[in-house]
Ligand binder design. Structure first.
Ligand SMILES: Cc1cc2nc3c(=O)[nH]c(=O)nc-3n(C[C@H](O)[C@H](O)[C@H](O)COP(=O)(O)OP(=O)(O)OC[C@H]3O[C@@H](n4cnc5c(N)ncnc54)[C@H](O)[C@@H]3O)c2cc1C
Ligand SMILES: *[C@@H]1O[C@H](CO)[C@@H](O)[C@H](O)[C@H]1NC(C)=O
Ligand SMILES: *[C@@H]1O[C@H](CO)[C@@H](O)[C@H](O)[C@H]1NC(C)=O
Ligand SMILES: *[C@@H]1O[C@H](CO)[C@@H](O)[C@H](O)[C@H]1NC(C)=O
Length: 563
């Protein structure tokens, strides 16, 4: 051990002096630029692009460089992270998709700082009263303006002290196990299944939230009222239809934050910083082998065929003029409409059920009718309403398990001024398994809502109940049923897939982590290939070592032995 240590330091010293004495030192055989295609500019694709460029820069001395082309079928970056403007007024942005992240989300939090984006505390201006409604009655209410102690007392009074305490502990243990995935030796990972197993996380993904909470002696009523309200608002799922890991993720909103002006900006900045050529309005329709070979790995390169999503004609398909050494598929494949030539995808990508979630955002001068919730005094109606199942409901009653309540949540995002009328109004957001109807809104507000939702203000003498309306339906995230295997990120030589992460934990951060992971795997493969490959430069490997030795991660015992 001592001997190898001193050899390591000799190598390090030599390499370092080489690096410093000859700043313009170039390896004798430059690695040709790696051509990389990334399909999808959501959290995963943008993060993959960003970290590919970061890792390539770290190995610049070796002549390693990447040229990234980022294909995105829509006209924007962000994917399921997207922002709309209330009243189409750019000064009133609202998250339509992913809305919050937490400080422990290292990639997002670091990017926020690195790109000098401003943080926003979500729901700061929203109604402080939050209630959990079961379709018959409010089973629990809190006021965020109340002191922590008052709220704690209320919880303890109703559910006892052990349920919240055990939940907190279980959540912390689970999250800290998960966070090891960011570090060596767990990062990077070729198999998510293997890591889930090594980190003991299959113990929580393999069972339902209900089973996990029972096994940990967490009071049924607390699970039913509080935890299930969280899994419903976060993942549109009851405890019998969601695995234990996502259940715990739903209970971890502490220190929630968002980016002022829209979370999508993180991914926009990442894509920009990667130097990628960004092809918007461009859908990839197929992947096939090229006749060209990668000089080092001996693998066939890939050709992609693209289609403009704005061209009116059907003919718009064409072969992209670059042969790619690597392709990263960064979106749920089953929705991508990509066809792959036989043999390209060597590890079949399983289709998994996704939740169809309706997100409806609108403005109204009205507040909820107390009668809708079976109350008489409007003072008792909370602005934020989460839901759980009714006593008469079965564990999967109603459309997608929404139960008697019929929806997952209705929240008052904020009080605002309608720029057209200068009147005070409220912005609402509803998560539901089905399309919202005028009849439903009519009952919710105790007024008649026109079939067209928004009445023409010029015609109506009375106040329009809905003044601006934006419905959207997402294939939002997988129905996270218990499972112990996950789609692995390497699906062919030089071919990568990120969305296996979605059925493990579907968040902006975890998908960005998978993007970073495939970037690390890809760079590793390139360095390995240039060491072993046909005609590759041996010098590359020595310099890779330099990087390892000088990186803050230090040298692992195994690397020591290898020396
Ligand atoms: C309503 C809602 C609320 C959510 N709330 C939160 C939250 O509060 N916090 C959180 O962390 N997460 C939340 N999530 C989950 C989070 O949004 C996702 O997990 C994450 O954004 C997924 O990122 P992704 O890059 O893997 O996929 P996506 O964001 O889906 O990106 C895939 C991209 O690929 C593009 N694409 C697809 N096919 C092609 C093709 N053939 N060619 C070119 N481009 C293609 C798509 O247009 C898309 O831009 C929420 C999701 C929804 C829907
Ligand atoms: C990088 O990729 C683009 C295609 O997106 C291509 O036009 C360009 O020539 C490539 N640049 C290099 C240096 O390979
Ligand atoms: C993409 O299409 C939209 C219209 O759908 C258009 O406004 C936008 O300019 C296009 N962007 C690019 C880069 O082609
Ligand atoms: C960061 O943003 C703030 C405003 O949001 C600005 O005042 C400051 O100069 C910016 N700093 C850098 C380094 O860009």
């Amino acid at each position: 051990m001592k001997r190898s240590l001193s050899r390591a330091s000799t190598v390090l010293a030599t390499a370092l002096s080489l690096a410093t004495a000859f700043p313009s030192y170039e390896p004798p055989q430059r690695q040709p630029t790696q051509q990389v295609a990334i399909i999808g500019a959501g959290a995963a694709g943008s993060s993959a692009a960003y970290y590919l460029q970061e890792y390539a820069k770290q190995h610049e001395l070796l002549g390693l460089s990447v040229n990234i082309t980022l294909f995105e079928k829509t006209d924007r970056i962000g994917g399921r992270t997207l922002t709309i403007n209330a009243y189409d007024d750019p000064s009133q942005p609202i998250e339509l998709g992913a809305s919050i992240f937490i400080e422990k989300n290292h990639i997002l939090h670091q990017a926020l700082q690195k790109f000098n984006l401003s943080k926003r505390i979500p729901d700061e201006d929203s109604d402080p009263k939050l209630g959990i409604w079961d379709g018959d009655e409010f089973v629990f209410t809190v006021n965020e303006r109340d002191s922590f102690w008052w709220t704690a007392l209320k919880v303890i009074y109703k559910y006892g002290i052990m349920a919240p305490r055990r939940t907190q502990k279980l959540m912390e243990t689970t999250i800290s196990n998960f966070l090891r995935l960011y570090e060596q030796p767990y990062f990077p990972f070729r198999s998510l299944t293997q890591r889930a197993y090594e980190l003991g996380l299959v113990d929580v993904t393999g069972i339902t939230g209900e089973q996990l909470l029972k096994a940990n002696n967490i009071d049924d009523r607390y699970a039913h009222d509080i935890i299930q309200a969280s899994t419903r608002v976060n993942y549109a799922s009851n405890l019998v239809r969601i695995h234990g890991l996502d259940t715990m993720i739903s209970m971890a909103p502490e220190g929630a934050m968002a980016v002022k002006g829209g979370n999508w900006q993180i991914f926009h900045k990442m894509a920009e910083a990667s130097g990628a050529a960004i092809a918007l309005n461009t859908s990839v329709v197929s992947i096939r082998f090229s006749s060209e070979m990668n000089h080092y790995s001996g693998n066939k390169k890939y050709l992609v065929r693209t289609k403009s999503t704005i061209s009116k004609s059907d003919e718009g398909e064409e072969d992209y003029p670059v042969a790619f050494d690597n392709v990263i598929i960064a979106n749920p494949y089953q929705f991508s409409k990509i066809s792959a030539e036989e043999g390209v995808i060597q590890h079949a990508i399983d289709e998994i059920p996704y939740v169809q979630l309706h997100v409806t955002i609108f403005s109204s001068p009205y507040q909820y009718s107390p009668a809708f919730f079976g109350l008489t005094d409007s003072k008792d109606v909370p602005g934020g309403v989460l839901t759980t199942l009714a006593k008469s409901d079965g564990p999967t009653s109603g459309v997608n398990g929404a139960g008697k309540a019929g929806f997952f949540s209705v929240t008052t995002l904020r009080t605002t001024t309608n720029p057209m009328t200068q009147k005070r109004e409220f912005i609402y957001k509803i998560f539901s398994p089905e399309k919202i109807t005028p009849e439903f809104l009519g009952r919710l507000f105790g007024v008649e809502v026109p079939e067209s939702f928004t009445a023409n203000p010029d015609e109506a003498d009375s106040v329009s109940p809905i003044t601006w309306y934006h419905p959207h339906v997402f294939s939002s995230y997988p129905q996270a049923l218990p499972r112990v295997t996950f789609q692995d990120p390497i699906i062919g030589p030089g071919l990568y897939y990120t969305s296996g992460m979605d059925s493990f934990i579907s968040t902006m951060e975890t998908n960005a982590l998978m993007g970073k992971n495939v970037a690390a795997l890809l760079i590793d493969e390139v360095l390995k290939a240039s060491k072993n490959g046909c005609g590759g430069s041996k010098d590359l490997h020595k310099d890779t070592l330099l990087d390892h030795l000088t990186s803050d991660q230090g040298v692992s015992e195994k690397e020591m032995k290898d020396l």
